[in-house]
Every structure is written in C-alpha cells, then in structure tokens.
Design a protein around this ligand. Structure first.
Ligand SMILES: Cc1cc2nc3c(=O)[nH]c(=O)nc-3n(C[C@H](O)[C@H](O)[C@H](O)COP(=O)(O)OP(=O)(O)OC[C@H]3O[C@@H](n4cnc5c(N)ncnc54)[C@H](O)[C@@H]3O)c2cc1C
Length: 149
C-alpha cells in the first residue's frame, strides 16, 4: 500500500517539510492542507518583505543559545540541518543569499517572493498536492491508520 503524507498548514514549515519529503521519496503521495486561501503568507511579510532566511552563525552551540526556551530541542535539530545546509539548499535551487553587517541573511533579490517562488516551484516539481481553503479539523487513529477530517 502506498503511503500518503498529509501536511497541515501551508506556511514555511509545512512547505519545507512537504517538498523535501516528496523529493526524498518519489513513492510518497504528499498533500498540503491550508485552511486559508493564501499560501506562505507569513513568509511574504517576513523580514519586512525581504525574508530573513537564516543567520550567518556556523556554530551550533552559539546558535542554540539564542533559543533560551528550546535550547536542547533546536540543538538536536541543528545537528540534522544547520545554517550551511540552509544556504546550500536555497543556492542549489537558484536562490543566492547575502549576509548583512549584523549577520542576517536575505535573498540577494531582497524580496521574500523569491523564497516563495522557490518553494512553490519545488512543490510543483515534485507534484505536491496543495489544497487551499481546506481546514484539518479532526485527526483520529483507527485500525493503526490516521483518519483526517
Ligand atoms: C511580521 C513578521 C515578520 C517575520 N519575519 C521573519 C523573518 O524575517 N525570518 C524568519 O525566519 N521568521 C520571520 N517571522 C516568523 C515567521 O514568519 C514564522 O516563524 C514562520 O512563518 C512560521 O512558519 P510556520 O509554517 O510554522 O507557521 P505559519 O506561517 O503561521 O503557517 C501555518 C499555516 O497553517 C495554516 N493552518 C493552521 N491551522 C490549520 C488547520 N487546522 N488546517 C489547515 N491549515 C491550518 C495557517 O493558515 C497557516 O497558513 C516573521 C513573522 C512575522 C509575523
């Protein structure tokens, strides 16, 4: 039986998860459910419309100290995917990042739309099924299967 990944929320986290899952497993059907009519709307306004993608910090200990309430959690995550991975991920998809004097990293275009377009292109490339105006209201487990409504 083929597996189906349903991602709830068409924001930055949902899209990044969906496009990478679809890319890494071509047999996986991936669907994004977004309750509003808009995709990646917070990314659009992030960083004053420029999208502060990451920070030029290449030390996991130093970076995680900036998350006082989630230090241990982010440290584990950073060991899987850190700043250099983020820079490489976007660069491989044509989004070059630049570093400002305070360490913030933005697309060289200074436009969050560049990041949005990259994620939308990636979703199209890997045939992620995107459903807007679709809210997940209930998740149940029945016979070892997730049932979503
Ligand atoms: C003004 C502003 C500027 C920011 N600037 C930056 C920045 O420069 N750099 C940075 O890294 N971060 C920035 N942030 C923070 C960043 O936007 C958020 O951390 C990021 O968007 C969070 O992404 P997310 O996918 O977790 O959540 P969201 O972007 O909130 O996405 C969640 C999505 O899930 C949908 N949803 C929720 N419940 C359901 C449901 N039951 N069914 C279906 N869909 C559902 C929502 O409609 C939403 O679209 C900024 C935030 C704001 C508000």
């Amino acid at each position: 039986m083929s597996k189906h990944l349903v991602v709830v929320g068409g924001g930055a986290a949902g899209f990044f998860c969906a496009v990478n899952a679809a890319r890494m497993n071509h047999f996986l059907k991936v669907t994004v459910l977004e309750k509003s009519g808009k995709l990646l709307s917070k990314v659009k306004v992030s960083g004053g419309g420029r999208c502060n993608v990451t920070h030029a910090c290449f030390d996991i200990g130093e970076m995680s100290r900036n998350y006082p309430r989630g230090n241990n959690f982010v440290k584990k995550a950073f060991h899987q995917f850190f700043t250099t991975d983020t820079i490489k991920w976007f660069e491989e998809r044509g989004v070059k990042l630049k570093t400002e004097s305070d360490g913030r990293m933005f697309p060289v275009t200074d436009s969050s739309q560049t990041v949005i377009n990259c994620l939308l292109n990636e979703a199209a490339k890997y045939k992620v099924d995107i459903r807007t105006n679709t809210e997940a209201v209930n998740v149940r487990i029945e016979n070892h299967r997730f049932l979503l409504k």
